[in-house]
Design a protein around this ligand. Structure first.
Ligand code: IMP
Ligand code: MG
Length: 173
């Protein structure tokens, strides 16, 4: 793979500030309650690691794995690659996503998790692409709305690479 040209879209300071704000809102909304934060693998692992440290509640961290992308194109078929390791019946659950694009990943996971009778089920996503997403589901906690560009870094990959960039970058060729 040739090295792409990457333009910084959201830098480390902007990410840190916004994530502190999201953490404070979640803390206020669930005051005195326990929440299960479910990171959607693999992309959400970096965001979840920072988000959880800005939440001042009793939390349990879980992961669920799905795959739909090959390279920079969604195949449109979501499949489960790893299920949750705990019961969520009667518990407050927040699904933590890196980016909502078509919303197919969320559709799939929300349908699946609702059947398990959580006490509440909310969505927290670092990014959304509003042009592609038809807003069937409201994102309860959203970091940033971005244009319909392919972005990498801070957990987001390009064919498995670049998840380790500390910022959100746009590939410009
Ligand atoms: P959706 O199912 O179309 O909403 O896509 C959601 C998933 O696609 C995200 O969890 C990401 O893993 C991946 N994805 C969507 N857009 C991008 C992008 O711009 N860069 C990297 N991954 C993306
Ligand atoms: Mg993802």
């Amino acid at each position: 793979m040739t090295q792409p040209n990457i333009q910084v879209m959201i830098d480390e300071a902007q990410l840190a500030k916004r994530i502190r704000e999201l953490g404070a809102r979640i803390t206020a909304d669930f005051k005195g309650e326990e929440v299960v934060l479910v990171g959607i693998l693999k992309g959400a692992f970096v965001f979840l690691a920072d988000l959880v440290r800005s939440i001042n509640l009793q939390t349990e961290i879980e992961f669920i794995g799905v795959a739909s992308y090959e390279g920079t194109k969604s195949t449109g078929h979501v499949r489960l690659t790893r299920d949750l390791g705990c019961e969520i019946r009667g518990r407050h659950v927040i699904l933590v996503e890196d980016i909502v694009d078509t919303g197919k990943t969320l559709d799939y996971l929300l349908d699946m998790l609702k059947l398990r009778d959580p006490k509440s089920l909310r969505i927290c996503s670092l990014l959304s692409k509003p042009e592609a997403y038809d807003m069937r589901h409201k994102i309860d906690y959203l970091g940033f709305e971005i244009p319909n560009d392919f972005v990498i870094g801070y957990g987001l990959d390009w064919d498995g690479k670049y998840r380790n960039l500390p910022y959100i970058g746009k590939v410009i060729g």
